[in-house]
Ligand binder design. Sequence first.
Ligand code: MIC
Ligand code: SF4
Length: 656
Amino acid sequence: MAENLTYKILRSHLIEGILEPGCEIGIKIDQTITQDATGTTALLLFESMGLDRVKTELSVSYVDHNMAMFGPENHDDHLYLQSIAKKMGIYHSRPGNGICHQVHLERFAAPGRTLLGSDSHTPTAGGIGSLAIGAGGLDVAVAMGGGAFYLTAPKVIGIQLSGNLPQFVSAKDVILKVLSILSTRGNVGYIVEYFGPGLANLTVPQRATITNMGAELGVTTSIFPSDQQTKKFLQNQQRSSDFVELTADHGCPYDRIIEIDLNQLTPMAAAPSSPDNIREIADLRDIQVHQVIVGSCTNSSYRDLMTVAALLKGKKVHSQVEFAIAPGSRQVLTMLSRNGALADLIESGARILESSCGPCIGQGQSPGQGRVSVRTFNRNFKGRTGTKDDQVYLVSPETAAAAALTGQLTDPRQLPNLLKIKFPKITDPDSLPIDDGMIETPLPADQAATAKVIRSAGIVTPPAAEKPPANLLGQVLLHCGDKITTDHIMPAGTFLKFRSNVPEYAKYVFNCFNEDGQPTFAEKALALKKTGRAGVIIAGDSYGQGSSREHAALCPMFLGIKLVIAKAVERIHRANLVNFAIIPATFADPADYDRIATDDRLEIENFAQAVAAAKTFTVKNTTQGFNFDCILNLSDRERAILQAGGKLNYAKAQAQ
Ligand code: MIC
Ligand code: SF4
C-alpha cells in the first residue's frame, strides 16, 4: 500500500504498539539534542535514573540559550554540561557555536533518522527529512538511555506546494500562511508533511524555517522529503554519506490535503501577540516600528542574513529604529564576515549579537513598553521579550529589512519603488567553511569512568514527584484563560538562569499573574501545600502551548500542584505533566470552566483509583456546592507512570 513519508519513518522505527492513527506507539530514537536551558535538568534526571552512557547513534548537548551570564549560574551550567557530556558519550557544542537547531541542521541531522530534542523547535530538522520531535527533558533522557519514545500515531496533513516564491516573499511567509489556515489550536496529534512541485526550488534552510515554525501549530512535527535539494545541502556540508533519497509513495493517503500556490503568497506578519494572528503586511503599513531583530532558529541561515545584508548595503537604518542581528551559527557568522556582508551590516548601523537565542528568549533587547518590535522569530507571546506590554510582529527577513530601513511596517515588494533597492538573489556558496572545532567529542567508554563531572552547589537535583492521593482534597490556585503558554507558566528571560535549581526557579511560577503587594502564586501554593491540600489549576483551551520546558510541570509539582483541569492541554506540556505526576484532566462539559473560581475548594473521592483505571471522575466544588465531571484521557502506560508517582519513579521501578 502506498505510504506517506511520516509512516515510512515511523514504521522503520516502531518498537511497540500498532501503527494506526490514534494508537499509542513507541519508536526508536536515533539522535537526541538537548540545550543548556533544558539540558541540565535532562542530564540530572539521566543521572538520577542510574544511567551512565548514552545508547543513541548520536546525542548532542548545545549551549545556546543561557548566554547572558549575569551571575555565576550560566557559567556553572556550561561547565557541568561540558564535563558530563564528555563522560556520558555526548557531543558538546560549546557556547558561541550557534543555536542548536541551526547547528544540528548543518552538521548532524540526516534524512530518515528520528531525532528527539528537549526543545519544541526540534522539528527544524524536518527540513532535511528527519522525523524530529520536541519533548520534555525527562523523555529525552530516557531516549538517551536507549528507551523508546511514546507518541500517539499521528494523522497526517499533506501540504502540497506548487509554483515558486515571488521576489521579496520567502519561506517565512509560507509558514505564516499555513498558520493562518490551521491556527495554533486543535492540531494536537497531527504531523504535517510537505510535497509537490513547489519543493523543487526550496532549499533545506528555507524548508527548515517552515518546519521550525510548524511547532507553533501544536503538531507533533513537520517534515519534507529528502531530494536533490537535500543532496546538495549535504554535499555542501561535506556530509554526502548522510544522504538517502526519501519521498512519500505516489498516491499515498493523507488525512487532509491543503494546497498552497507559492506564486500567490504575499509578505505577511504574525501580529501581536500570537503566532496565528496573521495579517498581510500591506494591511499593516504605516505602523511605526522602534526595533527590528533578525535571528532565532527560524530565520538566521546564511541566505536569511545575506538577504538582509544585501537589502541594507550602502543604506542606514532608520533613525528611530534599533536594529540587531543574531546569526544562527558560527558557520553563518564566519561566512558573513569573510564575504564582507558583516561589514555591510555594521555600516548600516546593525548591532551585532552573538550566535545564540538571545532576544528570542528574553535574554536582552526587551523593547520599550508598547513599542513595536519587528522580529524574524517564531513566537510573540505577550511578555516573552521581557516587556509586559510588548507589541511583537513576526515577519520574514525581507520584511524585517524593509522595516529597519523605513521605520514602519512596509511591504518589502515596495523597496524597488521606495528606495531603488533591487531584489537580491542569494544562493548558498558551494564551498562552506566547515569547522567542527567547537564541537567536543566525548571520551571513549573505557576512559569515561574516571572523568570528573563539575557540579557547582547551585545545580540541584530535581525533586521526585509523589503518587496521586487516595482522595484528593484540593483548592483552585489559579483560574486562567485560553492559550496559556509555558512562558506564562514558567517564564524564561531573566529567570532562565535558575533552570538548574528548581526550589529557586519555582518562586516565579505564573509570575505574569503576580501583582505588587500581593502574595505570589508560589507563596500561596506553598502555604496551601503545608495544610496538606493539593493545588489545582483551572484552564481554558490550549493550555501549555509553546515550549517543551518541563519546568512548567516540574516547578508547579514542587509547589504542590497535583491536578490541571483544562478545556484542552497541548501535547508536550501534557506529557510533561504526566512525567511529573500532575494529572491532566479535561472538562466533560466545557461550560463548567466558567462556574469555578479561584480559591474554590474541590474534593475528589477515590482519586487514585480513578487515575488507575477510570475514564471520568466527579469533582465536588464544596465552596459553591455543585459537582462537575472531568475526563481522564490517558493511555495504560501513562496511568502506570502516574500511579508510580511520575516517570522517574516509573523508570527506576522498571530498571529494577
Ligand atoms: C523556547 O523557544 O521557548 C525555548 C526556550 O527554546 C524552549 C525551551 C526552553 O524553555 O528551554 C522550547 O521551545 O522548547
Ligand atoms: Fe532559541 Fe528562540 Fe529557537 Fe527557542 S525559539 S530555540 S529560544 S532561538
